[in-house]
Design a protein around this ligand. Structure first.
Ligand SMILES: [Zn+2]
Length: 153
């Protein structure tokens, strides 16, 4: 059974994907490795991003986090979803209805994963490194969480 993704990191992935689309016209990542301490997303993109581009991407993601947008989920008919969303990462046996996760009005994406209730809890987003090989742009990132009373593992 697949390990549950970290909701903070995974929600940041949604925002990063939307930011990549808005800034660079790039499709959402085709592969992601989400872990609590560090994560990475792979995009089909033909060149590396410059330091300035990475910085502006980071700023956009942090802007969405600071806006503290509400994250919500609703179910819509899979046939309708097919017209509006890329379902290539949704399994064929997903059923008649599909869960769409919305981050305010910023991002809407079919997803069954765990998310934060609002983006303000995600923490500060930082791109640690990025490179591009064979048309695959990889972005690695971390989150700096606000201090909480919970145990840090
Ligand atoms: Zn998700």
């Amino acid at each position: 059974m697949k390990k549950q993704a970290d909701p903070y990191m995974h929600s940041a992935e949604h925002i990063l994907n939307q930011a990549m689309g808005r800034r660079f016209g790039c499709d959402r990542c085709f592969s992601a490795h989400i872990e609590r301490k560090k994560s990475k997303c792979d995009y089909r993109f033909g060149r590396p991003l410059t330091d300035e581009e990475l910085k502006s991407l980071e700023n956009e993601v942090n802007g969405v986090i600071e806006a503290d947008l509400q994250v919500s989920a609703r179910y819509i008919a899979t046939d309708n979803a097919r017209e509006r969303f890329n379902l290539s990462r949704v399994p064929d046996d997903a059923g008649d209805h599909i869960r769409i996760v919305s981050i305010g009005d910023y991002d809407h994406c079919p997803c069954i994963g765990p998310h934060v209730p609002s983006t303000g809890t995600i923490g500060r987003f930082r791109i640690t490194s990025s490179d591009c090989e064979n048309g695959v742009l990889r972005i690695r990132f971390k989150l700096k969480r606000p201090p909480t009373c919970g145990a840090e593992g």
